[in-house]
Design a protein around this ligand. Structure first.
Ligand SMILES: Nc1ncnc2c1ncn2[C@@H]1O[C@H](COP(=O)(O)OP(=O)(O)OP(=O)(O)O)[C@@H](O)[C@H]1O
Ligand SMILES: [Mg+2]
Length: 286
């Protein structure tokens, strides 16, 4: 395909659409490079004992297979960032870990316990996996506090959700000041903080975060990465994130994967991946 025929795609990292190859071109090049990641490499990056371990996962929607034999491992208290072209299956990996996809093969274990066949509610309540939606998911006509309490709908007793909400307010003064305001009037950054906080009500071990920086002004992007970094460093949360802003996402990730056409094409420590010239050329427009 000549340059003039290259379809316009959204940019990765700070690359512009002029410098980034088309999705198909990236997939072709990645395939030509023969990129394949061994299960050993995946395990080695996760450290001694992986908290979330995916082996040979083949999954999709209905009968459509999107992920092919994906291996993934992340250690307790680590962050893993998935990058790759649009449609590569990044969100589908998060969906699979939370139980939103049809699984055709392979296994997903959390803390050594298999959850491959569990429902999303079971994964949240029993395995401590929380999913933070990519889309704007606050209820605009409900107050900040009511939105937070929604995060505790699976708790056996509403008082537990109230206590958890108080802990959130103690931690994030920004939200405490807005607790009775309708969520619809919050700024983009505050709304993202509310979405993250709502997931914290269940005190999950694993946070699945899809594109935390999407649609945010730069100052809020830094705030969101700081909040996630703090949840990892201070609270030992394990974070699996998809990030379109590959430079920001990989720079602070313990582990980074490049996903291409439903397969893990590269895996390394986040900053090392950023410095890999193939990653730069194919995914960062540089
Ligand atoms: N709910 C769904 N039902 C059917 N197909 C879906 C569904 N969600 C995603 N897909 C398809 O699965 C493939 C992978 O999509 P996915 O959303 O995982 O990609 P992605 O890497 O997250 O892309 P993006 O960067 O655009 O968010 C795409 O071909 C998409 O059309
Ligand atoms: Mg996605």
């Amino acid at each position: 395909m000549s340059d003039s025929e290259t379809p316009s795609v959204s940019g990765y990292g700070e690359g512009t659409t002029d410098t980034v190859l088309s999705v198909d071109a990236v997939a072709d090049e990645a395939q030509a490079l023969g990129l394949e990641v061994s299960g050993d490499k995946v395990l080695q990056l996760a450290g001694e004992r992986p908290l979330v371990q995916i082996q040979g996962l083949t999954a999709g929607y209905g009968r459509m297979e999107i992920l092919h034999e994906v291996d993934l491992a992340v250690g307790s208290g680590q962050s893993l960032c998935l990058v790759g072209p649009n449609g590569a299956g990044k969100s589908t990996i998060l969906h699979s870990i939370f139980g939103f996809t049809d699984i055709f093969g392979g296994s997903i274990k959390v803390d050594g316990i298999e959850v491959t066949k569990s429902s999303p509610s079971e994964r949240l309540r029993d395995a401590g996996i929380a999913y933070i939606l990519q889309d704007n998911s606050v209820f605009p006509d409900m107050s900040v506090e009511e939105n937070l309490l929604m995060g505790g709908y699976l708790l056996p007793n509403p008082n537990l959700a109230k206590e958890a909400a108080e802990r959130v307010f103690e931690r994030y003064d920004r939200l405490a000041q807005r607790r009775t305001d309708k969520a619809g009037v919050l700024s983009g950054g505050e709304r993202r903080l509310l979405e993250i906080s709502r997931a914290l009500i269940m005190d999950p071990k694993v946070l699945l975060v899809d594109e935390p920086s999407i649609g945010l002004e730069p100052r809020y992007i830094d705030m969101v990465f700081e909040i996630l970094g703090d949840l990892k460093d201070r609270d030992g949360k394990t974070i699996i994130m998809v990030e379109q802003n590959a430079k920001k996402g990989l720079a602070c990730a313990d582990v980074g994967y490049v996903l291409v056409s439903g397969r893990v094409a590269m895996a390394d420590q986040g900053p090392a991946l950023l410095e890999n010239p193939d990653v730069g050329r194919l995914f960062l427009g540089g």
